[in-house]
Design a protein around this ligand. Structure first.
Ligand code: MEV
Length: 345
């Protein structure tokens, strides 16, 4: 019996969130905090899901008949998590022409990060479960994983679009391909940006009340109300992203920090910055941060801080924690999705 293990890094958006939904480029990177998914085929046509730590579900095993979902979970995020897993199985089976309800899966999902804070957990789950399913059904092989990363990323993107209603390829492409990426959503393509990964950055999060889907919807309403102003904001974000790519390559932290602060203001204009993030940005900049920015869909959740050097970075980490926010990482990550197979016979 084959057991597949998939380790998928989560991610942080450095520049260009929201505008990327409308076709503008963005910059995102994986971070060294992963979601672990393992799975095997089982005889009965059910999906048994075991959820370990980090997710807002205390009941650990959920058994779902393929033709009737009977779980009664009233937590929005818990429902969301199951939505991504079940859709990933459907998308994988459709891609492989596997007849519906003919297979059963036992899946374990483990994460140290909560879902829905803007760090790509749903993208990681989508990419992880779909590649697990593809490998269990011999739709991909570990030996040529490198050639199939884009195919996996596209399927994972599809899963996010089905569950969320709207999504750019940014999160799914970044977690699957790995490292710092320049995302061009209209192609779609996510090209690697070659940098020194020792950049003095802090990635953290605060509580978040709205979902990504709700925030995308909020921005869309704004666009419908003031189209010209909105288009100007999106164009400006697109220009910030192109300048930020150059500053990243040149390791020009001063310019990078400035661009982060301007991008943050653009997110403010889009109504995506929470009062807590306003306060964090103000305090951390006064304490020496070159740039502070809401990251991801916003409404609270993830944020990034750029320090001028590693000494100030250490001091700012303490300050972030003293302000009640969680620090997830003080570095970016070069890797993407990893798969291994165990024979359990
Ligand atoms: C996703 O982390 C952030 C948004 O740009 C949505 C998307 O790209 O799908 C708001």
């Amino acid at each position: 019996m084959k057991r597949v293990k998939v380790k998928v890094p989560t991610k942080v958006t450095l520049f260009g969130e929201h505008a990327v939904v409308y076709g503008f480029p963005a910059i995102a990177s994986t971070i060294p905090v992963s979601i672990n998914i393992s799975g095997r085929l089982i005889d009965r046509p059910v999906i048994a899901i075991e959820i370990k730590q980090g997710f807002p579900i205390t009941a650990t095993t959920v058994i779902i008949d393929r033709d009737y979902v009977s779980v009664d979970l009233d937590q929005r995020r818990a429902k969301n998590l199951l939505g991504y897993i079940l859709t990933a199985i459907d998308v994988c089976e459709q891609a492989m022409d596997i007849p519906k309800l003919s297979k059963g899966y036992s899946i374990t999902v483990e994460s140290s990060l909560p879902m829905g804070v803007g760090l790509g957990t749903s993208a990681a789950i989508s990419a992880g479960v779909v590649s697990m399913c593809l490998l269990l059904n011999n739709g991909i092989a570990i030996s040529n994983l490198e050639d199939q990363r884009y195919d996996i990323a596209k399927l994972a993107w599809n899963i996010e679009r089905i569950v969320q209603g709207s999504a750019s390829p940014m999160d799914t492409f970044t977690v699957t391909l790995g490292g710092l990426r320049f995302i061009e959503p209209l192609i779609p393509r996510a090209t690697s940006i070659d940098i020194d990964y020792g950049i003095p950055i802090i990635i953290g999060y605060t509580d978040r009340r709205s979902s990504t889907a709700e925030l995308i919807q909020k921005v869309r309403h704004l666009k419908d109300r003031s189209r010209e102003i909105f288009d100007d904001i999106l164009n400006t974000i697109g220009r910030i992203v192109n300048e930020a790519k150059k500053a990243l390559i040149a390791q020009d932290f001063e310019t990078l920090g400035l661009l982060m602060n301007i991008n943050h203001s653009m997110l403010q204009a889009l109504g995506a910055v929470s009062p807590e993030h306003d306060m964090l940005a103000h305090t951390l900049r006064r304490a020496g941060a070159l740039g502070v920015k809401t990251s991801g869909a916003g409404g609270g959740g993830a944020f990034i801080v750029l320090a001028p050097n590693h000494e100030t970075q250490t001091m700012l980490v303490r300050l972030v924690e003293a302000m009640g926010a969680k620090v997830v990482s003080d570095t970016l990550y070069h890797g993407g999705l990893e798969i291994s197979v165990q024979d359990t016979n």
